[in-house]
Design a protein. Structure first.
Length: 442
């Protein structure tokens, strides 16, 4: 159903009422059902990322090392889920339109997104800053470089600098790229994607997927298509590799694909649901994760190609299948598993785990730090203990900081404070100068 027919009665209101007040005038929308199964997927994604970053300190088995060091592939699914959830929350079910109440103040929308992750980033960066600064000093970096790294870290701008993307707490480049994506969502992405038909959404996903693949092929042609060698291939062009995996634009591509995938499901009709041939979510989940097994075959494509050609498209289909399944009268066992209280609780730990595992790993395994603190790098048999420490620390931080009401109130206040001072940054507030039409009329 088009937005013109669905909201025809509201169009006169929209012309007469300021955008900020439309949410009060328009009739309330039916509450969307929660899709907890999507939240449950987060833990299943963050765990292999954490393992991949430090598994070389846990085993010497070459096959396992080749199989488990593909964290760059799994990061793509996090961008997809970010887009999927944003698309589901900020657009309307059954209508080609966005939620005007949620996007009425785009600056507030942006800052609320940032403040959902910045407080924990700030806390961890500050707590571990002595270690980060000392590592910079031990690497004989001048003070101006250390200050620059601090500026990039606290401003979340490191993803824009290929030579500095992994400074201090390397995984937080994800937050840097995500911040740019969130800047574009409320005015440039969500309203436009929400207005597309199902046919347009499919074509958008295909187009963005093709664009992503072209860039990965370009990178591979400049370096190599296969991951030759043992469990890791050190590229001779690290800046090209960092631009491929870290650049915020490619994050925006994957997030937008996630939004489009969610929108396609949200426009399903009862007739389509009754006649559609359903693919079991488990099959798509297995297929997506099986793609990383190519690393241990003769088709050992590099991470960038596996991510864009196989894992991301299959994971998108998996999310759609599970979304449709969780809305059905009898969800499958897999959907119920990911939506269970256990998996949703573990999913809530995914973000703290993502932020904390890097600094904790540096403390235990980085030679310059571990040798000075413990007199040695932790032995391989300690690796399961490291994983347990990360989970325990994440639980403590989640319960004591992320869920803390004072922190949440401060984040809400900062969001509003910053939104008030950036009003007009993402929407037209009018111009006191005469428009071209007024000039012509005169």
């Amino acid at each position: 159903m088009s937005s013109t027919t669905a909201n025809g009665g509201d169009q006169d209101i929209e012309r007469e009422v300021p955008q900020e007040q439309r949410a009060v005038v328009l009739a309330p929308k039916a509450k969307k059902p929660r899709i907890d199964c999507i939240d449950g997927c987060r833990f299943a994604l963050v765990f292999p990322i954490i393992v991949g970053h430090f598994i070389k300190f846990g085993t010497e088995n070459k096959v396992l090392l080749k199989l488990l060091t593909q964290e760059n592939v799994f990061v793509g699914a996090f961008f997809i889920i970010s887009g999927y959830v944003s698309g589901y929350v900020a657009t309307n079910v059954g209508e080609r339109d966005h939620d005007r109440k949620k996007l009425a103040n785009p600056e507030l929308f942006f800052w609320q997104k940032v403040m959902s992750y910045y407080p924990l980033h700030f806390l961890v960066s500050t707590l571990f800053s002595p270690m980060f600064v000392m590592v910079d000093r031990w690497m004989n970096n001048p003070w101006k470089t250390t200050v620059f790294h601090g500026l990039l870290n606290y401003s979340l701008s490191q993803a824009w600098f290929p030579s500095e993307a992994e400074i201090w707490n390397p995984p937080t480049w994800f937050l840097s790229a995500l911040s740019f994506v969130n800047f574009t969502l409320p005015t440039m992405i969500l309203p436009q994607v929400a207005a597309l038909s199902k046919d347009g959404l499919r074509k958008l996903m295909l187009g963005l997927g093709a664009l992503s693949i072209v860039q990965k092929v370009s990178y591979s042609q400049a370096w190599q298509f296969y991951c030759r060698g043992e469990y890791i291939c050190r590229t001779s062009s690290p800046h090209l590799w960092n631009t491929t995996r870290f650049h915020p634009f490619w994050a925006l591509v994957e997030v937008t694909m996630g939004i489009a995938a969610a929108r396609e499901v949200m426009l399903d009709t009862p007739e389509e649901n009754g006649s559609r041939w359903k693919v079991h979510p488990l099959l798509l989940y297995i297929a997506a994760h099986a793609s990383v097994a190519l690393r241990i075959t003769k088709f050992n494509l590099n991470d960038a190609l596996i991510r864009s050609t196989l894992f991301v498209p299959l994971y998108l289909k998996f999310l759609q299948a599970m979304h449709r399944d969780c809305l059905s009268s009898s969800p499958t066992l897999m959907t119920r598993f990911f939506g269970s209280s256990l998996m949703t609780r573990l999913g809530a730990l995914a973000f703290p785990m993502f932020i904390l595992h890097g600094p904790i790993g540096q403390l235990l395994y980085k030679k310059a730090v571990a040798n000075r603190v413990f007199g040695r790098v932790m032995p391989m048999k300690f690796f399961p203990v490291y994983l347990g420490i990360v989970m325990l620390a994440s639980h403590v931080v989640n319960e004591g900081f992320v869920k803390n009401k004072k922190v949440q109130r401060l984040s809400a206040w900062l969001s509003q404070f910053l939104a008030d001072r950036t009003t007009g940054m993402l929407r037209d507030q009018g111009d006191k100068l005469p428009s071209m039409k007024q000039k012509v009329g005169k």
